[in-house]
Structures are given as C-alpha cells and as structure tokens.
Design a protein around this ligand. Structure first.
Ligand SMILES: NC(=O)c1ccc[n+]([C@@H]2O[C@H](COP(=O)([O-])OP(=O)(O)OC[C@H]3O[C@@H](n4cnc5c(N)ncnc54)[C@H](O)[C@@H]3O)[C@@H](O)[C@H]2O)c1
Length: 452
C-alpha cells in the first residue's frame, strides 16, 4: 500500500492503545525448522508498520520472522505492536532488543537523522542492515557509516524502491542494451503537489537537521535513479534553492494545526484528530517525546527549500539537469536521456490519483532519427508504482534471485545519492560548485561499481 492509501485508510485497522511491555518479551526459539531469517524492525511509524510490519507478516512469513519491534516512543510502539499483531515483542531499547531477540538483520525505518545511530549500533552488535532511504542526512554521518561498514564487515542494503517499478527497470534495460548509445545528459524535473509538500512541512521533514532538506530526504531517490541509470558517479554539483511560501515566509503561525487560532483563514488547515489512525499513532503519544505530527507549516524552524535546481557533472562527463519544484499543482515528473544514438523519455504521475485512473501503462518514447516509438510497460500494482512489492520479494522471499539490472543497492550507492543533495546545500550556502570528493573519503568513479 502506498503512503497516500495508507493515510487515507487510517483508522480502520488499529484498536485500543494498550502497550506491549518490553518486559513481557518472550524468548523465541532460534531453531525454526525452516530456518527463517530473524528480523528486527527499528522505527514504528507509518513506513515501518505498513511497508515492513504488516506486509512482512502477510506476505513473507514463510521466509522471514519478525522477532522484535523497537521505537523510542513507547506509545507509538504499542500501537504498532497491536496493528502488526502476532504478539511480536516490543522494546524501547535497541541494545536490549538485539541482545534478547538476536535478529540477524535490522530493518531501519526511524527518522532520517537517526539512521546512522541504528545502522552503526546494529552492525557493532552483529546485525546485517536493511535501511530506508536516505541512508543518512549529512557527510559526517555518512563517513561514520562507511567506516563502520569497513570495521564490522556486515552487509548494508539501502532500500531504493524507486529502482524497482517495471517501467524504470525497462528504461535501465534499454539503456544497458545500448539503444540510445552513451548517455551524455539527463533532463530530470520532479514536481510535488502542494498537499504533499504541506505534509512534509508539518513534519520533521521541514527541519534540515532532521530530514536533511528535500535535497536529501526526497531527492536521494532521484539522484540515485540518475546515478544508477547514467551508471557513473556524481563528481561536481552547482545548485540554487529557496523557500518562498512556508516557514517564516508565512503571514501568521500557531503551535500546531489542530488547535490553531488561524484555522479559518489558513489554506493549510488540517485536523489530525479527524484521522483516527494518525491520532492514535502520533497525537496520542506526543507526551512521551514531543514528536508533533501536525506542526504549523509557518513555524520559524522550517529551513528547507521549496524550489530546487541543480546541475550535476558526472565522473564520466555526463550532465544531469535537475529540478525539484515542491509547491505545484502537479505531482509527477519528466525524465529524458540524451544519448549518442538517440533520446529516451518518460512522463509519469507521482502518485496515481482518482482523476488519472486511466494511467495503466507508462509510455517510454524513443527517438532514433526515426518516428518516435512508444513502448508501453504495464503499470504494476502496489506502493510506489509497484516498486515496493518487487523490492520486498528480492529482500525477503528470494534474496538470491538474479539481479541483472543491479537494482539492489548498498552503502556506496546510498551515500553517493545523498552527497549530491549535501553538495547542493553547500553550493547554495557558499555560492560555488562543490566537489563530491571533498565530502567523504569516497572518490567518484567513472563507472559505478556494482553492489554484490
Ligand atoms: N522509500 C520510500 O519511498 C519511503 C517512504 C516513506 C518513508 N520512508 C522513510 O522511512 C523512514 C520512516 O518514515 P516515517 O514516515 O514512518 O517516519 P515517522 O516519523 O512516522 O516514524 C519514524 C519512527 O522512528 C522512531 N525513532 C526515531 N528515532 C529513533 C531511534 N533512534 N530508535 C528507534 N526509533 C526511533 C520515531 O519515534 C518514529 O516512531 C524515514 O527514513 C523515511 O525517509 C521511505
């Protein structure tokens, strides 16, 4: 289920707010006859619950066993335990969960700014890692993850679900087959609808020290797509970015949305208490840690950009012309690859919406100095254009399945994708082009190394 459907269906699944106490955790037998892989889930917000909690139990329980849930907010953890079901032991301490439940792999779905802590502690305690994007939010934390991976020798997978939708796999396949020759430049323009941006602004995503700005939180997906499809590593970034409507630019502000004095005149008014699921998961548990899900979109702490524009030069000489316009009437994007033998392009909606249910096929047009040829790729079901279930099949059902397109990603790809955003932030602040090589000890390579 994608995030929008998940939010829309909120309130139907959960019941009661009773906590499952860490002390009630039972020791699970480690000698399952099928030797299922033992997994621990860290971070039980909407993504952890929906993508990896309920989905693992529903679709992958023959292959993997979820042996523990961990979150620093005991209230949210309790709701997650009840929503996911199966009496999975819950913990507010990561160390305690790993010691008691001995997961082989941790799934990391915490807030972006804490990924590095969980990834590094997990590896130190002997776990492999499957982490949500962005792998982390800045170059210092990235270097710490790189160092820890070298030190502990564990396997880290970054879940770039954006590589898995069938039409993107088709684009990769066509480029690998040499249909358009060598890719010399890419035009990539992503738009976010106002309502989508509003949700970012209300949450921690609006604060750069928590989400790394949309240059990292959101664009990590886009820069990874570009890196993967160009098949080289980014070398230099020049960028512009600005905040025009939200944060301090707004005309008034309140404590949070649900009880604000300005609701009648605020175009962004949204009452979290109308959504039973989100109320139970977030609003009802604010007193534990002060995590507010419906912050004012005009609060002064917002320091991210709405308009983003960057040129990225790759180690192989290709250019990426990129924009992320996050305050528009459209959710979707347009990507075009200019190659030595032709051009390949695709226009896609960000999320299938009711008024666009006729989008069943995603066309990819190719121009080779001949009439345009349209290739229709069936639209797949499931979250993120069908990418989520395909990625989970590879992760949990059959990790050994062949990966001819190199869709699975590790730390290096995760870091290379965020470093473009980090460099863009620095380029804007310092008004200069920024070299990727100055950020960590990774030197950009002409040919992207494969993740094995
Ligand atoms: N790949 C995708 O398409 C996609 C989509 C949505 C979200 N995400 C990613 O998934 C992650 C979770 O997103 P979300 O929307 O569920 O966020 P969320 O804020 O709703 O949930 C995060 C949870 O992590 C917990 N947490 C924070 N620090 C922790 C720590 N150190 N230890 C344990 N728990 C901790 C919080 O209490 C919270 O319950 C983010 O990294 C986000 O970027 C990826």
């Amino acid at each position: 289920m994608d995030r929008r459907k998940f939010i829309a269906s909120a309130g139907t699944a959960a019941a009661g707010t009773m906590l499952i106490s860490p002390v009630s955790a039972i020791t699970v037998s480690h000698t399952s006859p099928k030797a299922k892989k033992r997994l621990g889930l860290v971070g039980t917000g909407v993504r952890g619950i929906g993508m990896f909690g309920t989905d693992l139990l529903r679709n992958y329980s023959d292959y993997v066993e979820l042996v523990g849930l961990c979150d620093i907010n005991p209230g949210r953890l309790g709701v997650a335990g009840q929503t996911i079901g199966a009496g999975i032991p819950t913990f507010t301490s990561l160390e305690e969960m790993i010691s008691k439940q001995e997961p082989q792999t941790l799934i990391v779905t915490t807030e972006d700014s804490s990924h590095h802590e969980v990834i590094i502690k997990g590896m130190e305690m002997g776990c492999d890692i499957i982490t949500e994007k962005p792998v982390t939010i800045d170059e210092v934390k990235a270097q710490a993850i790189i160092d820890a991976e070298r030190k502990y020798g564990k396997k880290v997978i970054v879940t770039f679900n954006y590589r898995y939708p069938p039409y993107r796999a088709k684009i990769k396949e066509l480029i690998m087959e040499g249909l358009i020759g060598d890719v010399r430049s890419v035009d990539f323009h992503w738009n976010i609808h106002h309502s989508h941006l509003q949700q970012y602004m209300m949450r921690w995503h609006g604060e750069s020290n928590r989400g790394g700005t949309l240059w990292v939180h959101k664009a990590t997906h886009h820069f990874d797509m570009a890196n993967w499809l160009i098949n080289s590593e980014p070398a230099q970034v020049q960028a512009f970015g600005t905040l025009e409507r939200f944060g301090s630019k707004g005309p008034f502000r309140g404590k949070n949305c649900r009880n604000c004095a300005h609701t009648a005149k605020c175009p962004y008014y949204w009452n979290i208490n109308d959504n039973e699921r989100l109320k139970r998961l977030y609003a009802d548990n604010e007193h534990y840690d002060g995590y507010i899900r419906d912050n004012c979109v005009f609060r002064h702490q917002i320091d991210i950009h709405e308009k983003h524009s960057a040129i990225v030069k790759y180690a192989n000489g290709s250019y990426l012309n990129y924009s992320l316009t996050a305050d528009t009437d459209f959710d979707g994007y347009w990507i075009a690859f200019n190659g030595t033998k032709g051009r390949l392009e695709a226009r896609v909606l960000g999320y299938p919406r009711k008024d666009h249910t006729d989008i069943t096929f995603t066309p990819v047009s190719i121009f080779n100095n001949k009439p345009a040829k349209v290739i229709r790729v069936p639209f797949a079901g499931g979250g993120h254009w069908g990418g989520d279930p395909l990625m989970n099949d590879k992760l949990f059902k059959d990790p050994g399945m062949p990966d001819p397109l190199g869709q699975q990603a590790g730390v290096r790809d995760g870091v290379m994708s965020i470093l473009v955003g980090v460099a863009a932030r620095r380029s804007i602040a310092e008004r200069r082009p920024v070299n990727i090589g100055e950020l960590t000890d990774l030197t950009p390579m002409l040919l992207r190394p494969a993740f094995i």
